[in-house]
Design a protein around this ligand. Structure first.
Ligand code: HEC
Length: 193
């Protein structure tokens, strides 16, 4: 059988795809070259973890019960549900344990997956000690103060935050809310190790 020459439309399509492919390869090579030679990390990590002994036991349970089917922790898992990295800078172990035990009461609202007759109901049925260890593990997942995952503001006064508050917060906000930037700086001084 005789080979058919390419039609001009086919040639154009192939050229366009070829150009995209070449550009992508060049982009990848340049990106990798920059990443490998730069001494600054390309993506700033704002979460970190330093597991305590109980935290390690909790991590084993976390893996055993496959919480990562819905969550993300220690930079692994899915991004479909809530990311738990940094959650230890928002809530302490007691609050986390209370959530795992009685999610709707702690949220004060209807939940999606935790709670009675839902997919993650097994969590509240775990032995209390396992829930405690899971909560300790989660409380070990910290975030750098001032990052988007942390509840705590940056340790130093931020001009950016001050300006945003001045422009956007209603005048009487201080009467209705607590200014966490003025709270004891002790709890705000969480820094990456
Ligand atoms: C079927 C999916 C699913 C599974 C499995 C699951 N979770 Fe969740 N989790 C959620 C969803 C959705 C929420 C948000 C609350 C809600 O609506 O249920 C949540 C919320 C949480 C929160 C509160 C987060 C916050 O910021 O308030 C914690 C803590 C948590 N899960 C821990 C766990 C642990 C530990 C496991 C494993 C033992 C687990 N989850 C398994 C779906 C899941």
């Amino acid at each position: 059988m005789k080979k058919q020459p390419l039609k001009s439309g086919e040639k154009i399509l192939l050229t366009v795809f070829g150009a995209f492919f070449v550009l992508a390869m060049i982009g990848y090579v340049v990106l990798e070259a920059v990443r490998l030679t730069s001494d600054k990390p390309m993506f700033v990590q704002t979460t970190f973890f330093n597991l305590s002994e109980d935290g390690k036991l909790g991590h084993t349970l976390y893996k055993k019960y496959n919480c990562n089917a819905c969550h993300r922790a220690m930079r692994m898992g899915t991004s479909m549900g809530l990311i738990l990295d940094g959650i230890g800078s928002k809530y302490d172990a007691a609050r986390l344990e209370a959530f795992l035990t009685n999610p709707e009461a702690v949220y004060g609202a209807v939940t999606i997956d935790h709670g009675p007759r839902k997919e993650a109901q097994f969590v509240e049925r775990l032995p209390a000690e396992e829930r405690r260890l899971l909560a300790v593990f989660l409380s070990d997942l910290k975030a750098v103060a001032g990052s988007s995952v942390a509840k705590v503001p940056p340790p130093e006064r931020s001009e950016f935050v001050d300006n945003m508050v001045k422009s956007w917060a209603p005048a009487d906000w201080k009467e209705r809310f607590e200014d966490i930037r003025e709270k004891d700086q002790e709890s705000n001084s969480e820094a990456a190790p």
